[in-house]
Design a protein around this ligand. Structure first.
Ligand code: NAD
Length: 515
């Protein structure tokens, strides 16, 4: 059966890409293709940028309130069409139905916040010297590019779109070629909400189109979310061209359980964090550091994770995205069997793949380590694998977390506030949880790891307050007006004389040395 390929979304219409190269979009549960996505060319991008630049004239001249009004309608539409989007996310990504619904609902929370930007992003005016006012406003940048990963087909694009759009920018999105369908449908909902043609566009593709976005002279800013390797490439390319760029990369998130942690709550939370979304969350638990002897906690985690069932849509844990991901995860588990440092597999998820050879399945896996240097303790595996290590002291626990090259999320499990405080002051990661294994900061707080680590390249933020900064330029206008004393306007000649004599109050202030 030949599959009809997806089109780009340019100027408010579906437009076939000018390419003869396509890749299959695969249902990860079955391994079978469901559609094809074009590997667009630089010419396709050029077309979108031209249209985007024209649309920017109209869009940036609308008031922020008008733009937010369209986003408000879009918010309703996203909610109304949630079920059909859930079906697409299940098909292309493999999430279960609850996870797919959360993908949309969480994305829509950012839309919701963006509707309030007319208040949050309002400018400010201050009399900076007597008679002299300085006004600052946040002005849109122009056409911006957004490059996104496969793991949250709607939520991650929604980190960028609503805020950058309401700020007045036009956006060109490059969805992950593995999950292009949900956002294709979302583009129709944006149009239905009243977004003018060309304000939001989609150019499909992979490496080449990412490079073209970074290099295009008329794309003012690029936001990227994905692996650290590609984040670094995109960051360096854009920086070399003095382009504004923000790249969120990978993660290796550490959870620490103190002896006083509630075993039942900690168990449930850790299992949801490491096995939910098949471990394909940048916020997923990756390493659990158990302080002191706590065999009951380890036993319960293994027992609960071992009861999870496989299934697409209605299961508890879905497949991983593709055969590359499955093989990578399985390699880490295989390596434990050859461990020279005493690592042991406590729960082995490889059996899921053996009984379901057609899709890309790996079940929840728990590994007990004796060395923090083991590869599974160090690398981002991005699958449902939890590495556990036991240590004797708080200092040892925090040293392991601090030594990792990422800086995304971390969590402390304890019943005592002062204990939690000790850890939250010392963690390296930027998004911290106390008894919450997926500590996502919601707006107005910004999402993102620590700048300068493998989790974040670039300043500002992708959501929340910091995103207003990223998607705008601060324009400062300093004004001084000299009153023409009296009830009728002074004749021009008299006014000129008055100005030349610097007789207004503001000028006096200047001569008084108050500037
Ligand atoms: P990825 O880096 O492989 O792909 C991300 C995007 O980059 C895709 O659109 C892809 O087409 C493009 N791309 C891939 N290889 C490229 C290359 N060599 N040159 C240019 N572009 C390229 O990431 P992924 O596998 O789609 O997503 C998983 C990764 O994303 C994980 O590392 C995960 O931690 C990370 N992630 C991070 C966050 C965060 O907020 N920090 C959020 C979600 C996902």
């Amino acid at each position: 059966m030949s599959l009809t390929p997806l089109c780009n979304f340019i100027g408010g219409k579906y437009v076939p890409a000018k390419t003869d190269k396509f890749v299959d979009v695969i249902n990860p549960a079955t391994g079978r293709p469901v559609t094809r996505v074009p590997l667009s060319t630089a010419t396709d991008l050029d077309d979108a940028v031209k249209v985007g630049k024209e649309a920017f004239e109209l869009w940036s001249n609308m008031t922020m309130k008008q733009r937010a009004g369209i986003m408000f309608k879009f918010h309703e539409l996203l909610d109304k069409h949630s079920e059909e989007l859930v079906a697409l996310i299940i098909l292309e990504n493999g999430k279960n139905a609850m996870e797919a619904a959360a993908d949309i609902a969480k994305g829509n929370e950012t839309v919701d916040w963006a509707c309030g930007l007319p208040q949050a992003a309002a400018g400010r005016t201050l009399e900076v010297s007597r008679g002299i006012q300085c006004t600052e406003s946040k002005e849109p940048l122009g056409v911006v590019g957004a490059i996104v990963p496969f793991n949250f087909p709607v939520m991650v694009p929604m980190w960028t779109l609503p805020i950058s759009l309401v700020m007045g920018n036009c956006v060109i999105l490059k969805p992950s070629e593995k999950v292009p369908m949900a956002m294709q449908r979302v583009s129709e909902l944006l149009t239905e909400a009243g977004l003018p043609a060309g304000v939001f566009q989609i150019v499909h593709g992979a490496v080449d189109i990412v490079n073209a976005i970074c290099e295009h002279p008329d794309i003012s800013a690029v936001s990227f979310v994905g692996s650290s390797k590609v984040a670094e490439i995109v960051y360096n390319k854009c920086n070399a061209l003095n382009k504004r760029v923000l790249c969120l990369g990978g993660a290796k998130n550490h959870l620490i359980a103190l002896p006083d942690a509630d075993v039942g709550m900690t168990t449930r939370d850790v299992v949801v964090s490491f096995a939910g979304c098949a471990g394909q969350r940048c916020m997923a638990a990756s390493v659990l550091i158990v302080v002191g002897e706590n065999q009951p906690l380890i036993d319960e985690i293994v027992s609960l994770a071992g009861k999870l069932e496989a299934g697409q849509g209605n299961g508890q844990v879905g497949p991983v995205i593709d055969h590359i991901a499955r093989d990578r995860i399985v390699r880490y588990i295989n390596d434990v069997e050859k461990s020279t440092t005493g690592a042991k597999i406590l729960l082995d998820g490889r059996s899921w793949g053996q009984t379901r050879p057609d899709g890309f399945w790996v079940g929840p896996t728990v590994i007990l380590h004796k060395s923090a240097e083991d590869a599974a303790m160090q690398d981002e595996i991005f699958g449902p694998v939890l590495s556990i290590i036991q240590v004797d002291s708080w200092d040892e626990a925090i040293a392991i977390e601090n030594a990792n090259p990422y800086g995304n999320a971390a969590c402390i499990y304890t019943e005592k506030g002062a204990n939690a405080d000790w850890f939250t002051k010392r963690f390296r990661a930027a998004m911290l949880g106390v008894n919450i294994g997926i500590p996502v900061p919601r707006e107005p707080f910004s999402f993102g790891g620590l700048y300068g680590t493998k989790s974040k390249y670039g300043n500002c933020d992708i959501t929340g307050d910091g995103a207003m900064e990223f998607f705008s330029n601060r324009r400062k206008v300093t004004q001084k007006w000299t009153a023409s004393y009296g009830t009728t306007a002074a004749p021009a000649a008299k006014r000129a004389k008055s100005d030349a004599n610097s007789s207004g109050p503001a000028d006096k202030a200047n001569f008084d040395g108050r500037m």
